[in-house]
Design a protein around this ligand. Structure first.
Ligand code: C5P
Length: 391
């Protein structure tokens, strides 16, 4: 389906590149590997050649004699650097070209996806942070790194993204899959409603479920606009992210993103906002009673979009976070708001901000109870159902 150029640089995680090649080929892609000198310390040229079924390039001058680095750089639909070492990312940021991998990365016009892997201290170092910022500003796409078990007994992000997550990011960037040609708008995260210039009302939404849905839709080929409140989770690869703070900004951003084939409203929008936002910080007056904050109802973004007369997406999906009578409330909400589906979850436990979710899919046809699943799996199932519904 696509021609991928895979650059494998030096990291203990380089063995995972073999699994990535296997998955990419199974998905129908052709993979041409480039192995850096550092990468060759962790994975052999023979293993990469065997699994990719392609010639592995590891030397600038040999490649020059055979096909030329410019042709190597121009042929692929996408260049993937996995694992991407701190050293190679620094070279990319600086525009160095002293070996085959860095030369091809400087010469290519194809989109580039990097999957970093390094020690957490190296990832957090201001030099790496600055390099990543420079690469992002030039349109280089990022997947991972993740937190979790590493070769060293240290914690923090630095671990290479898992091969299926890297493949999902690849598919998202290629816009391949059953949702190719479709546009989906997703809302995610909390909103912040200003009280005064320094204070705001917020909630505990992490954005994990909404961001995972955006990533899963993109992995099925959709063009995704993710309208997100303030969150700490990274932007999904291959997704257009619009950052907002308040509910009113979120509504405006969603309307600006239309038309769309589907819309998924996973954000935890604040129902109320302070009526008057002063231009000065509210003072604590000694002896005086604390101020009262008057609240005004925010627009309901889901209901507004679901009830539009023009440019209503063909499929509008809302969420319902409930702590009791989850399904009846969701059925009621579906009708009241005018949306097509409601994904209902019981948030009485540790769902908000947590890694797992147990949901019920409420549609016109009835109710499906899904088992407790990682949020990424809930997202994949929902994206698959959306693709089937739009087909
Ligand atoms: O009414 P409730 O807040 O329970 O509805 C939840 C659903 O409505 C979610 O899909 C949420 O994103 C959406 N919503 C919205 N705008 C609001 C409040 C909720 O889009 N102001």
């Amino acid at each position: 389906m696509a021609n991928l150029l895979l650059i494998v640089s030096g990291s203990v995680a380089a063995y995972k590149a073999l699994e990535l090649v296997r998955l990419a080929r199974r998905a129908g892609h052709a993979v041409t590997p480039i192995l850096t000198a550092g990468g060759a310390r962790f994975v052999t040229k023979e293993a990469l050649a065997g699994i990719s079924g392609a010639r592995v390039h590891d030397d600038l001058w040999a490649a020059e004699a055979e096909i030329g680095h410019i042709r190597l750089a121009r042929a692929p639909d996408l260049v993937v650097v996995a694992p991407a070492s701190a050293d190679l990312l620094a070279k990319m940021a600086a525009g160095l070209a002293d070996d085959l991998a860095s030369t091809v990365l400087l010469a290519t016009r194809a989109p580039v996806l990097v999957a970093p892997a390094m020690n957490p201290a190296m990832w957090a170092h201001p030099a790496t942070v600055a390099n990543m910022k420079a690469l992002a500003s030039r349109g280089v796409h990022l997947v991972g790194p993740e937190e979790g078990a590493m070769a060293e007994p240290e914690s923090g992000p630095g671990r290479l993204a898992e091969p299926p997550a890297i493949l999902a990011a690849i598919e998202a960037l290629l816009h391949h899959g059953p949702l190719a040609g479709r546009h989906v708008v997703v809302t995610s995260g909390p909103t912040h409603e200003n009280i005064d210039p320094v204070r705001y009302i917020a909630n505990r939404s992490s954005g994990r479920q909404g961001h995972a849905i955006a990533a899963a839709l993109a992995a099925l080929g959709a063009r995704v606009t993710l309208v997100s409140g303030p969150v700490a989770v990274p932007d999904p690869a291959g997704v257009t992210v619009v950052r907002i703070e308040s509910a009113r900004q979120m509504l405006a951003a969603v309307e600006a993103a239309l038309p769309a084939d589907a819309a998924v409203f996973a954000a935890a929008v604040a129902d109320f906002r302070p009526t008057d936002v002063g231009s000065q910080k509210i003072k604590k007056v000694p002896g005086a009673p604390p101020p009262e904050i008057a609240l005004t109802l925010n627009p309901d973004i889901l209901a507004t979009i679901a009830q539009r007369q023009v440019q209503r997406p063909a499929l509008v999906v809302g969420f319902a976070a409930e702590t009791e009578s989850v399904v009846p409330h969701a059925q009621d909400k579906r009708l009241r708001k005018g949306c097509d589906w409601i994904v209902a979850n019981d948030v009485s436990g540790d769902v908000m901000g947590g890694a797992e979710n147990a949901v019920h899919l409420v549609t016109e046809a009835g109710v499906e109870d899904w088992p407790r699943l990682p949020k990424a799996e809930v997202a994949r199932r929902l994206a698959t159902r959306i693709a089937e519904s739009l087909a």
